[in-house]
Design a protein around this ligand. Structure first.
Ligand SMILES: *Cc1c(COP(=O)(O)O)cnc(C)c1O
Length: 357
């Protein structure tokens, strides 16, 4: 089966894209990413939620498309000022499971370690949007020591997951020091980093960074990507260099209205991931983050999309569709239920009797 034809990968004329990080509303106006009359509302949005867009992302935005799926993820909109009653400042309950600053310990065998709160870009749908942002964002030396001491003192912890913020924003020296400390703990078998950097700022994947990622214990990097156009040639090259450094790559994707709520788009994304040795890991149902109602879709809709993928896509390219239960109860698979009282349903929708349920 041939994958769907995608629109030609639009690249803005590099002469008009300045190589600067967009950080505020005047920057967005200068880059032609927002109309003048929206500026006042967007000042209110950016006063509340952090904003940054890297040159690599600006280059793949199609300014002629008012519904561009790349712009939609990163360019603020007035919709973010609309609060809906079911939204939560801490949608997945990080706080209730935080024994020391920078650690979230929800499952017995693994912890999150959040060394910093800064990101290269600020996704408009982020579930930690009330926590992330530039400025005063690093764990200080004592806080980091306390977090490492917590991990050392808990032999049930088998895996440490660096997240944040984006851990690949740390200098190679700082990241290397943290990884060295973790790798030296005997009960830590494996290290994982969740990051947007290889896609949104691939220039940060330098030889110095690769050198600190290449180590005895396995390092997994879960790369967050939501649309096939994000996997530019520069992003793909960054992924290849990570693989050569011995890193195992996973893909994580958030299901988002107006970005990828279409089986053809997800199929192209997951195929592109596998073609770069990225195993699609999770497809996240959107969280109840404040001011993100315009990105959300129903579980029934999500299941229909995932069911459509089941029949036409290699198992290698199928992530698990998960929901992080609000309040901190954990992630659970919510994919379509193929087992029914009358039997088991096949990918084409036919029901087959099965002797034992
Ligand atoms: C998502 C998450 C993890 C990782 O879960 P996996 O299913 O292993 O990917 C671990 N701890 C917390 C608190 C999380 O939110």
């Amino acid at each position: 089966m041939t994958p769907p034809i995608l629109p030609v990968n639009h690249t803005r004329d590099s002469a008009i894209v300045q190589d600067i990080l967009l950080r505020n509303v005047p920057d967005l106006l200068a880059a032609g990413l927002i109309p003048e009359n929206e500026a006042p509302a967007l000042e209110a949005v950016t006063a509340r939620y952090a904003m940054a867009i890297t040159p690599d992302i600006v280059r793949i935005v199609d300014p002629a498309d008012p519904d561009d799926p790349i712009a939609r993820q990163f360019v603020p909109t007035a919709d973010e000022l609309i609060a809906s009653p079911d939204e939560l400042a801490d949608p997945i309950g990080d706080e209730v499971h935080s024994p020391v600053k920078g650690i979230v310990h929800r499952y017995p065998d693994r912890v999150l370690l959040k060394p910093l709160h800064a990101c290269p870009v600020y996704c408009r749908f982020c579930f930690r949007r009330e926590q992330v942002g530039p400025g005063g964002e690093m764990l200080n030396r004592e806080e980091l020591e306390a977090a490492l001491a917590y991990i050392r003192g808990n032999p049930a912890i088998w895996e440490v997951i660096l997240t944040g913020g984006d851990p690949l924003m740390l200098s190679p020296r700082r990241l290397g020091a943290i990884l060295d400390a973790l790798e030296a703990i005997p009960h830590i078998a494996t290290l994982r980093i969740h990051s947007r950097v290889p896609v949104v700022d691939p220039g940060r994947i330098t030889p110095a960074l690769l050198a600190v990622l290449d180590r005895r214990k396995p390092v997994w990097i879960a790369i967050h990507s939501n649309h096939p156009r994000e996997l530019t040639e520069a992003a793909r090259a960054a992924c290849r260099s990570l693989v050569r450094a011995g890193v195992t790559l996973l893909g994580q994707t958030v299901l988002l209205r107006g970005v990828n709520d279409d089986p053809a788009v997800l199929e192209a994304l997951f195929r592109a991931m596998v073609a770069e040795r990225i195993k699609p890991y999770y497809l996240h149902h959107p969280d109840l983050a404040p001011g993100t109602a315009h990105f959300r879709l129903g579980i029934a809709e999500g299941r229909a999309i995932v069911r459509a993928l089941r029949g036409r896509l290699s198992g290698l390219a199928q992530p698990t569709y998960v929901l992080d239960i609000p309040g901190g109860a954990g992630k659970v698979p919510i994919g379509p239920n193929m087992v029914e009282p009358g039997g088991v349903r096949d990918p084409a929708g036919r029901l087959h009797a099965y002797p034992h349920d």
